[in-house]
Design a binder for this molecule. Structure first.
Ligand code: FA5
Length: 342
């Protein structure tokens, strides 16, 4: 039996030397290692031996099986490597570029404004998107029954608290951070707070349910409206060039007095009037004003000593202006054809 095993081994090794391609490799497999191959036949024939011979030669036969399998696998791997090198790879072909990610236009605007405001001595803060009614409305001089709450309908969280003012909602604006910043840092204060806001909107080309704002607050002695105007002008000119005009029109926000809407010349029609600006020539980008004394008090600051200014830019609208985007809904569309343009 031992001679038969040795002979099988010799034959296999001789044939293996003749294997130079997949066809001869397959023939070798059929001849020796397949179900009907020589090795299987040999293993079957062990059944005819008596117990002690079966034990003795069974072990030898199994070792031989492992050896032949290993040699076969090695040969197969060598052939695959050679074949890949010789047939599948053409080293003269040009390579290909891996797709590269980049910033969303809103992030680009946020980064520009952060650079601008930090150069003017502002801190950059972050605040919670899930807010309490207290910070989002009450502390901003919008009590529970005030109609100004209707102007900013949002998504309320069904998690009742003992006190209604601590009920939770998705913040409608970054303004709650005015209070949190004043409470934490006191006066004097210069901070901006970029972040995501949410409103229950009937969406159109200028209104989204999820959008970004960038809040700014300055608290110091003798802060006045001229300071506010100059900050808004700096932003317009820095972002859109020296020719960009700012228009400030009175607007009621319960947390500022006086309050105004800051509008910049429409990018699409250069002020002539078009669909995007609703034929006014102006795009409403920022709400602003001088901080209301009650809001200063809610922030723990004495309104007899300090005054303040605050503004809230719509980052989506700023990006629309900067990059000629005519529909705010594109930002959340996840459409690569849109995103890859920036
Ligand atoms: C506010 O949200 C005030 N918190 C702004 C403010 C801050 C006023 C500090 C005074 C002092 P308003 O609702 O107008 O205001 O929103 C401010 C800006 O956010 C708008 O000018 C607009 O650019 C953007 N914005 C508001 N709603 C949406 C919306 N649904 N989709 C896209 N952008 C929006």
């Amino acid at each position: 039996m031992k001679d038969k095993l040795d002979q099988l081994r010799q034959e296999f090794l001789q044939d293996l030397q003749q294997v130079h391609n997949q066809t001869t490799l397959h023939e070798l497999e059929l001849k020796f290692l397949s179900r009907k191959g020589a090795l299987s036949k040999m293993l079957h024939s062990l059944k005819e031996l008596d117990l002690s011979a079966r034990q003795q030669f069974g072990k030898l036969a199994n070792n031989l099986k492992i050896e032949l399998q290993n040699k076969f696998t090695e040969k197969e791997a060598t052939l695959n490597i050679n074949q890949t090198h010789s047939q599948n790879i053409d080293p003269t072909l040009p390579g290909f570029n891996f797709p590269q990610g980049h910033f969303n236009p809103i992030t680009l605007m946020q980064n520009k404004l952060e650079d601008l405001f930090t150069s003017l001595g502002f801190m950059v803060l972050d605040g919670p998107e899930l807010e309490s009614e207290y910070f989002n409305f009450t502390a901003l001089n919008i009590p529970a029954s005030h109609p100004a709450r209707d102007m900013q309908d949002t998504f309320y969280i069904d998690y009742p608290n003992e006190h209604q003012e601590y009920d939770l909602l998705m913040r409608t604006q970054t303004s709650p951070m005015q209070i949190r910043a004043m409470q934490k840092y006191g006066a004097p204060l210069r901070a901006i707070i970029p972040g995501r806001c949410f409103r229950n909107e009937a969406t159109d080309s200028r209104h989204e349910h999820t959008f970004y704002q960038l809040e700014g607050i300055v608290i110091d002695k003798k802060i006045n409206f001229a300071h506010l105007k100059s900050f808004l002008e700096i932003v317009g000119q820095e972002m859109f060039g020296a020719k960009t005009k700012l228009r400030m029109r009175p607007k009621f926000f319960p947390f500022v007095e006086p309050g105004n809407n800051g509008e910049y010349t429409c990018f699409l029609c250069q002020g002539k009037g078009c669909r995007v600006c609703k034929y006014t020539g102006w795009l409403e980008i920022v709400g602003a004003g001088l901080v209301h004394p009650r809001v200063l008090e809610a922030g723990g600051i004495d309104p007899k000593i300090y005054s303040g200014l605050a503004f809230g830019f719509g980052l989506n609208r700023l990006a629309m202006l900067k990059y000629n985007i005519d529909d705010v809904r594109l930002f959340n569309s996840g459409d690569l054809r849109f995103l890859e343009q920036f």
